[in-house]
Design a protein around this ligand. Structure first.
Ligand SMILES: [Zn+2]
Ligand SMILES: [Zn+2]
Length: 108
């Protein structure tokens, strides 16, 4: 008698359709593109790929993104300190990046 809609898997959070709503994913097998941590928008990666996903389970980096970053700042991908290939400054610390990810994936 009753009709039931399949319950969406919300374990990774609601899918956001808000402006700039990025989706947090955890896919170790997925190739992850690089963006500048300070970039105003994370919609476009160094290699030009357009993405709306933030993968926090990064194991495979996009080789084109790494090449682009290396071209902008040689050695940046192997530096111990993470320097931003765009402006050569140190990247914000993890806490700051986490805050920004939280904002970017917040549907409100
Ligand atoms: Zn890429
Ligand atoms: Zn940066």
């Amino acid at each position: 008698m009753s009709t039931r809609a399949p319950i969406p898997d919300t374990s990774l959070g609601q899918q956001a359709h808000a402006e700039g709503g990025y989706q947090l994913i955890a896919k170790p097998d997925e190739v992850t593109h690089l963006v500048c941590c300070r970039d105003a928008s994370w919609g476009k990666a160094f290699c030009g790929a357009v993405t709306s996903e933030i993968n926090f389970s990064v194991q495979r980096l996009c080789t084109m993104c790494v090449e682009e970053a290396e071209a902008m700042l040689p050695g940046c991908s192997t530096n111990e300190e993470t320097l931003c290939p765009v402006d050569g400054n140190r990247c914000p610390d993890e806490h700051e990046i986490e805050l920004r990810i939280a904002r970017a994936t917040d549907p409100t």
